[in-house]
Design a protein around this ligand. Structure first.
Ligand code: MG
Length: 357
């Protein structure tokens, strides 16, 4: 099988309401949807959804990088994944979202060619994954109301965005815990908002609300601070912005900087690199959560859920981006029905059908 054409469609979908975290606010999901055509008539789909606050990448850059890599990928067998990666890495350094788009489409083709759903090719532990749902930053009463709605929809894990100021963050958590009740797990994501000392102070003050874990308390490059928080905190600490690739994961593990690692396909360059990160973590006894960018459609979510379902060291998922989309531009893969269980299609590949006309 040979790649004959790679097409990029820029997709922009409004969110049902603005999504605010400590780093900024987004109102639309913007993504580069890739279609890879082959000489055998099989077609693979992928996407690169740059989370500008997290990765610093944007849509024009992602689309341009895909076009740059396309030049060298025409004529290559898309199921030769190591070769595809080698070619992409030679064409451009970094550009993780662009590489992820190609990587997802190649895995889709691999599954279609093999006649197997991708979750089976990746390990096949299970065909589904349970996700949390994120409560973005808003006034406390509004976040409490949202928490109540999400619990009524069947979610039993909430991920609460924080990092505004101490008083309002504590008011947020108090309102949310009261609204959600004692049985719901609550994880907190500060998106780098705190220093190590501030983080430890906040974690102590949040103790009465029974947190499951705290995500990325300090700046992405402050690995010493991250290690300091991890050593002193009773609550498990998870990296997000501190870990993009397998090399980052190795640094975090060597420095005993984290208890848990959040892998996002858009940060690392796709399913292939994500498996390397997970292998490093598993060998070190560190469990993994699979996260997503708020900009992703069901293409990225389906790919990530396939990996999460397949591997036992991936014990948590934060794959909720499609719940905030006003419309789903893409057909196939996991649906947009709001609920904690993401069930993967049994069709070959990811079950992708293509963009709506
Ligand atoms: Mg995060």
């Amino acid at each position: 099988m040979k790649i004959t054409n790679i097409k990029v469609d820029r997709v922009k979908v409004p969110l049902t309401e603005p999504f605010r975290i400590s780093l900024g606010v987004i109102t639309h999901a913007e993504s580069a949807v890739v279609t890879i055509e082959t000489d055998e008539g099989l077609v693979g789909y992928g996407e690169g959804a740059p989370g500008v606050f997290v990765s610093g990448e944007n849509l024009p850059g992602t689309a341009a990088s895909i076009e740059l890599m396309t030049r060298d990928l025409i004529g290559v067998d898309p199921t030769d994944l190591e070769k595809v990666y080698w070619i992409m890495d030679k064409a451009t350094a970094h550009a993780h979202c662009a590489k992820t788009a190609i990587d997802i489409a190649c895995h889709d083709l691999l599954g279609k060619r093999a006649g197997l759903p991708v979750y089976k090719l990746l390990g096949g532990l299970s065909n589904s994954m349970e996700t949390d749902v994120t409560i973005p930053i808003n006034p406390p009463e509004y976040m409490a109301q949202k928490a109540k709605e999400r619990v009524a929809q069947g979610f039993d894990v909430l991920k609460v965005k924080m990092g505004v100021d101490e008083a309002s963050d504590l008011a947020r958590m108090k309102a949310i815990r009261e609204a959600a009740g004692p049985d719901v797990k609550i994880r907190v994501d500060a998106n780098q908002a705190w220093t190590a000392k501030e983080a430890l102070n906040m974690i102590a003050k949040l103790d009465e609300y029974d947190l499951e874990l705290v995500e990325q308390p300090v700046k992405a490059d402050d690995l010493e601070g991250l290690a300091q928080v991890t050593r002193a905190s009773r609550v498990p600490i998870m990296s997000d912005e501190s870990c993009f690739t397998a090399k980052d994961a190795l640094k975090l593990i060597r420095g005993r900087c984290v208890d848990i690692v959040n892998i996002k396909l858009m940060k690392c360059g796709g399913l292939r690199e994500a498996q390397k990160i997970n292998a490093i973590c598993e060998a070190a006894g560190v469990s993994v959560m699979l996260g997503c960018m708020a900009e992703e459609t069901n293409i990225g979510i389906t790919a990530a859920a396939s990996l999460g379902a397949a591997l036992k060291n991936i014990t948590r998922a934060d794959l909720d981006a499609t719940f905030s989309l006003a419309d789903l531009p893409f057909q196939g893969g996991v649906g947009r029905e709001v609920g904690k269980l993401l069930t993967l299609p049994e069709e070959p590949g990811f079950g992708f059908k293509g963009l709506k006309a």
